[in-house]
Design a protein around this ligand. Structure first.
Ligand SMILES: N[C@@H](CCC(=O)N[C@@H](CS)C(=O)NCC(=O)O)C(=O)O
Length: 205
């Protein structure tokens, strides 16, 4: 049994998309991160954040770890290159970069922080933008020629940074990438499900 702890329109939405790409059945538990989260949820996620998954009694937290774990647990979907595969290095680098560099650099920019890039592991916002632009200018997907679990993370992140926070430069290369992703049936299913959940939570009408 796969249980997914989620809050609509949040950082866990990329995992909702991943689950739709994997085409597996799951039980969704909504966590009210904008309201009150019970202390007991710390046993699932130590910081009371979403996402988290419980797969047959094994709990996995952190988006990159969840992508890797689920992608390897359901290999038939082909979303995580196997050890030894030539695309594995690019995949792992992109997957981890999404959470450890892209996300904090975007958040710092959205908050208007000024900081010394050498003092923070995620470095300079402009370096991050240059890197992501270069990757997507040379390949259709973030880790190469094939869609992978790294795209569910990058796709959600780029969408949020461009269209919600509006801190990422609005470049054709980012728009073309989002266009490729939004055409996917699993993307459309996940967006519809998240909207339904947002409505149920009173966040949308
Ligand atoms: N490092 C975590 C971060 C997850 C995260 O930031 N989740 C946000 C959702 S936008 C959250 O649950 N925030 C609620 C809170 O901080 O109280 C991951 O990558 O899984």
């Amino acid at each position: 049994m796969l249980r997914f702890y989620h809050a609509p329109w949040s950082r866990s939405s990329g995992i909702l998309w991943l689950l739709e790409e994997l085409a597996v059945s799951y039980e969704l538990v909504t966590i009210d991160i904008r309201g009150s989260v019970p202390e007991s949820y710390r046993d699932i996620q130590p910081n009371k954040k979403v996402p988290a998954v419980d797969v047959d009694g094994t709990i996995v937290t952190e988006r990159a770890a969840i992508c890797l774990y689920l992608g390897e647990r359901f290999p038939e979907a082909g979303l995580v290159p196997a050890p030894g595969d030539s695309s594995r290095a690019a995949f792992l680098s992109a997957l981890i970069y999404a959470d450890s560099v892209f996300d904090p650099a975007v958040a710092a920019r959205a908050q208007g922080w000024t900081y010394e890039p050498n003092n923070f592991s995620f470095g300079a916002f402009d370096d991050m933008v240059r890197h992501v632009d270069r990757l997507l200018s040379t390949r259709p997907y973030i880790a190469g020629g094939a869609f992978s679990a790294a795209d569910t993370q990058f796709g959600s992140g780029i969408h949020y940074a461009l269209d919600v926070l509006k801190v990422l430069p609005d470049r054709p290369v980012f728009r073309a990438y989002l266009q490729r992703l939004t055409e996917r049936p699993a993307f459309q299913r996940f967006m519809a499900r998240d909207l339904e959940l947002a409505k149920a939570a009173g966040m949308a009408t």
